[in-house]
Design a protein around this ligand. Structure first.
Ligand code: SF4
Length: 463
């Protein structure tokens, strides 16, 4: 695996550094529209829950509250230390489940649960156990469901971790970002290494099956040496997965990012050097590059899913459960099944108001066309399998690949000339540095990108 990244050409990466979507969905979220109403969403749930509905369900719960604001944060969150607000929010989650669960066919089983945020572990241990109990009594959760939770090590004691296990969680993702004290101070996230290490040790002792660690490069004051030190410390922990995100400085979308001074950020050139070092160090230490920002040990289910071509992308990034219908709960949560995307309001009072009125809190949504399904399949398989066989697409969708994607194939030609893709006969293979530029390759197949980006910047940069 490491040979694929030997001698990464940083200047080539620089050439392709431009704004673009991360393709956790296709079409992308800016296409979602308020013309899609709560009644539309309710109707779609009911219509897709006949006896022939796919049996698997995936549930996402959004817990928005955080103890403090990390200046780099790109999530939808609210800072509070008022525990009553969490209690109140959980009561509304319960109301939302009470509206949705009766619409779901009883034979359908939950095979995947994810708690994200915000900070799910800002809940007290009792609150964790109690809301998990409501989830399990509202839906039929499979005993071997993959249940994962995002954990902030700064706020934890061992009781939180025990509560998570009691609540059925078997996978967790720890936010760390960087161990360097100077960097931590600049982004308002003070997290001594001992704290992270303690939580990691508890997670292992308590038998979490898979542990992911989130790191971030491109933060203020990071140097190549300081970030390499963080990477090497994490490798010594031996987590099953490591995600290394590129800090996207988008203050026009997230005004709190103005708290980060641009002159303290590493230069684009240094960021690329950090990316190169990260990839080389992780792959040389036995981690496999999954795609985008994700690395996994060869035995981890993410790496296995990639080898078996069952990898999938959803709003949490890469996932192993393709085919499950996703229902999101909580403010800002996104649902996706069959032809539909539906997103709840990001405004907590509006979320409460809708549920008090007995309505779902859908704020925007989207109905996919046949062309969207085709393009979603192409983008998904390229980003997960790193190759695409035209025959597979033609058989599945009854189209001529070359006719339908003539302009995309034209757009790929310069990328092929730069050695990012190969197009032997009737297939596309992503090779060499192309594996780090998956977004750029996917962008060639996006029918809406030009229209979406014509007027204002809405996406982060691709490198
Ligand atoms: S803890 Fe996570 S969600 Fe909360 S502010 Fe920090 S990065 Fe954002």
């Amino acid at each position: 695996m490491s040979s694929a990244f030997a001698d990464i050409d940083v200047s080539l990466l620089k050439k392709y550094d431009r704004p673009g979507p991360r393709y956790t969905s296709y079409p992308t979220a800016p296409l979602f529209t308020p013309l899609f109403t709560p009644d539309d969403y309710r109707g779609e749930i009911a219509a897709t829950n006949g006896p022939n509905a796919s049996p698997e369900l995936s549930l996402y719960f959004h817990f928005p509250f955080c103890d403090t604001l990390c200046y780099f944060c790109g999530c939808t969150m609210v800072v509070t230390r008022d525990r009553r607000r969490i209690e109140e929010y959980n009561a509304y989650l319960q109301k939302e489940m009470a509206l949705v669960a009766p619409l779901i066919a009883p034979h359908r089983r939950v095979t995947q649960i994810h708690w994200g945020g915000g900070t799910p572990t800002h809940l007290s241990p009792d609150q964790i156990v109690s809301i998990a109990r409501v989830i399990r009594s509202s839906f039929s959760v499979s005993p071997d469901a993959e249940a994962s939770v995002e954990v902030d090590p700064r706020e934890l004691d061992r009781r939180h971790m025990e509560a998570l296990r009691e609540a059925g969680f078997n996978r967790m993702s720890m936010g760390i970002q960087d161990f360097d004290a100077h960097v931590q101070a600049a982004v308002n996230r003070i997290q001594p290494e001992e704290v992270s290490h303690q939580v990691y040790t508890w997670a292992r002792e308590l038998g979490f099956a898979s542990i992911n660690v989130d790191l971030m490069y491109g933060l203020p004051f990071q140097t190549l040496a300081s970030f390499e030190k963080t990477i090497r410390s994490i490798i010594a922990y031996a987590p099953d997965r490591i995600a290394v995100f590129n800090y996207a400085h988008v203050p026009w979308l997230k005004p709190h990012m103005k708290l980060i001074r641009p002159d303290e950020l590493p230069s684009p050139g240094l960021k690329l050097d950090m990316l190169k070092m990260t990839i080389e160090t992780l792959t040389a230490s036995g981690y496999e590059y999954i795609g985008m920002d994700h690395f996994a040990k060869p035995g981890d289910e993410l790496a296995r899913a990639r080898a078996e071509r069952t990898l999938y992308r959803n709003f949490q990034g890469y996932s192993t459960r393709a085919g499950a219908d996703l229902y999101g709960f909580g403010m800002s949560a996104i649902s996706h099944f069959q032809n539909v995307y539906a997103q709840n309001t990001k405004n907590i009072p509006e979320y409460y108001k809708a549920l008090d009125a007995g309505r779902l809190a859908t704020h925007v949504g989207y109905r996919m066309t046949d062309d969207d399904h085709l393009r979603k399949f192409v983008i998904m398989r390229l980003m997960c399998d790193l190759e695409l066989d035209f025959d597979v697409v033609e058989k599945k969708f009854g189209v001529s690949f070359r006719d339908r994607f003539a302009s995309a194939l034209e757009m790929l030609k310069p990328l092929a000339a730069d050695g990012l893709v190969e197009m032997p006969g009737r297939s596309i293979r992503i090779v060499g540095p192309g594996r780090l530029l998956l977004r750029n390759i996917a962008m060639c197949f996006d029918a809406y990108l030009e229209r979406l980006t014509r007027e204002k910047p809405i996406f982060s940069r691709t490198v």
